[in-house]
Design a protein around this ligand. Structure first.
Ligand SMILES: NC(=O)c1ccc[n+]([C@@H]2O[C@H](COP(=O)([O-])OP(=O)(O)OC[C@H]3O[C@@H](n4cnc5c(N)ncnc54)[C@H](O)[C@@H]3O)[C@@H](O)[C@H]2O)c1
Length: 388
C-alpha cells in the first residue's frame, strides 16, 4: 500500500524528490501517515488517527503540539544543524560589519548618488567608515553545538584567536572542533578577555538575560557582541546603555524588536540566519529522510517528543514498533504478550525519554492479529505498529 505524505507548507523539492516509489504526496491531511511542515501552526489542527509522524523542516517546534502528538503516538522530528552553515556565514558577515562601517559606507554612497564627483568625494569621506581587521583578535564562542562549532572553526581559519565555552558539549561536536580552539571552562573568561563574543546556545530559564549589566561591566572596552541565537538571551535595556557609554562598540543581532531597532550602535538583521536556499534544502532533505526511516524501519532520529532508537533495516520476519508511556513493567507485558502468542523475539531495543518510551522488536515469525490487539490493549500503550 502507498504511504501518504502531506506538506502543510511548501517544502523544498530537494526533500520531496527523495520520497521513494512507495510514497505519494496527498493534499488531504486526513489520509496522511506523515506530515512535512515548516512554520504553519498545527495547534488548531485536528490530528488524524492514521498520522504516524510529523517532520518539521527547521529547528524550532513551537508551531507543533508536542504533548498532544506524543499522547496520540505521533512522533515529531526536527532537523537540528541543517541550517548551521547558513547561520555561520551570516555570523561572519556580522563580524565584518561590526569591524568596519560597511553599512554606513553603503548608506553614504546611496545618499550621494547624485554627486557627479562621487569617486573623488568618497576618497575624502571614507575615513569615517574605516575600521579594524578581525585577524589576530580574540573571539569567544558561547555554545559549541551545530552552529557554534562551525563559527569557531571558520573564525580560527580566518586568523582569529578563538575561545570556546560549552559545559555540555556533545562528543560529536567536540570531534568536529578544530584543536586550535581554546577550551574555556568559565564563561567569565570569555566576557573578560574577548574582543568579540558570539552566542550560540539555547534559550532556557538559566540562559535568559545572561548578557546583562553585571557581565557587560567586566568586558573589554569596545567589545562586539553578536547574537544569532535568541534575542532575550540579552538584557536589551542593559545593552542599550552599554552601547551608549561605548562599553560595547557594536551589538549585531538577528532579532529585530521595538527595542533593538532603536539601539544606537546596533546592527539589526531581520532574522536571516537560516534564510538561504541551501538551508531550506538541507532541512527538507533531513526531514524527509527522518520521516521515511521512521515509517519504513521504525527508527527514530532527531525526535523532539520520543527517544532516539535505531535498529537499522529490518531483516527479521517481522518488526513491531510500540510507543508507550515510560512506566514500570511495560517491557515485561509487551514481551509476555508476544511469548503467549508463541512469537520469538530475535532482537529488541527499549528507550525512554521523560514521560514517553519506545520499544522496537524484531520477531522470528509474523504475529497474528490477536497478539497485536493484545499489545494495543496494554494500559499505557499509545500505538502499536507492524512496521514489516
Ligand atoms: N538566527 C537564526 O536564524 C537561527 C537559526 C538556527 C538556530 N538558531 C539559534 O541558534 C542557537 C544554537 O543553535 P544550534 O543549532 O547550534 O543548537 P545546538 O543544540 O546544536 O547547540 C547548542 C549548544 O549550546 C550548548 N549550551 C547549552 N547551555 C549552555 C550554556 N549555559 N552555556 C554554554 N553552552 C550551552 C549545548 O551544549 C549545545 O552544544 C539556538 O538558540 C537556536 O535557536 C538561530
Amino acid at each position: 500500500m502507498m504511504k501518504r505524505i502531506h506538506c502543510l507548507n511548501g517544502v523544498s523539492k530537494c526533500g520531496t524528490a527523495l520520497l521513494t516509489e512507495d510514497y505519494i504526496l496527498t493534499d488531504d491531511i486526513k489520509e496522511a501517515e506523515g506530515v512535512l511542515v515548516r512554520s504553519a501552526s498545527m495547534h488548531e489542527l485536528e490530528l488524524p488517527d492514521g498520522l504516524l509522524a510529523v517532520a518539521r523542516a527547521g529547528a524550532g517546534v513551537n508551531n507543533i503540539p508536542l504533548d498532544e502528538c506524543a499522547a496520540k503516538g505521533i512522533v515529531v522530528f526536527n532537523t537540528p544543524g541543517a541550517n548551521a552553515n547558513g547561520v555561520k556565514e551570516l555570523v561572519i558577515a556580522g563580524l565584518m560589519m561590526a569591524s568596519r562601517d560597511i553599512v554606513g559606507g553603503i548608506r553614504w554612497c546611496q545618499d550621494n548618488k547624485e554627486d557627479e564627483n562621487i569617486a573623488k568625494s568618497a576618497e575624502k569621506a571614507k575615513k569615517d567608515f574605516a575600521g579594524c581587521e578581525i585577524r589576530g583578535k580574540k573571539l569567544g564562542v558561547i555554545g559549541l553545538g551545530a552552529i557554534g562549532t562551525e563559527v569557531a572553526n571558520a573564525c580560527s581559519s580566518l586568523g582569529m584567536e578563538v575561545y570556546g565555552y560549552d559545559p555540555f558539549i556533545s562528543i560529536n561536536a567536540a570531534w568536529k572542533l578544530s584543536r586550535n580552539i581554546k577550551h574555556i571552562t568559565s564563561v567569565d573568561t570569555i566576557f573578560q578577555e574577548c574582543d568579540y563574543i558570539t552566542l550560540h546556545l539555547p534559550l532556557i530559564d538559566s540562559t535568559k538575560g545572561m548578557v546583562n549589566k553585571s557581565v557587560l561591566d567586566h568586558t573589554k572596552d569596545g567589545v562586539v557582541i553578536l547574537n544569532f541565537a535568541r534575542d532575550v538571551l540579552v538584557n536589551e535595556d542593559d545593552m542599550a546603555e552599554a552601547l551608549q557609554s561605548g562599553k560595547v562598540k557594536k551589538y549585531v543581532t538577528d532579532f529585530p524588536n521595538p527595542k533593538s531597532v532603536h539601539m544606537e550602535g546596533a546592527i539589526v538583521i531581520p532574522h536571516l540566519g537560516a534564510s538561504t536556499e541551501e538551508s531550506e534544502d538541507n532541512c527538507a532533505v533531513m526531514a524527509v529522510e527522518e520521516i521515511m526511516d521512521y515509517i519504513d524501519n521504525g527508527n527514530i532520529r532527531n525526535s523532539v517528543n520520543f527517544p532516539s532508537c535505531d535498529m537499522g533495516v529490518c531483516k527479521a520476519a517481522s518488526r513491531i514498533a510500540v510507543l508507550h508511556l515510560n512506566i514500570p513493567n511495560m517491557i515485561g507485558q509487551i514481551t509476555g504478550t508476544l511469548a503467549a502468542g508463541d512469537v520469538n523475539i530475535s532482537d529488541m531495543t527499549n528507550k525512554s525519554r521523560e514521560k514517553y518510551a519506545y520499544t522496537l522488536l524484531d520477531l522470528e515469525t509474523v504475529p497474528d492479529e490477536g497478539s497485536i490487539q493484545k499489545l494495543k490493549d496494554i494500559k499505557g500503550v499509545l500505538r502499536v505498529r507492524v512496521v514489516r
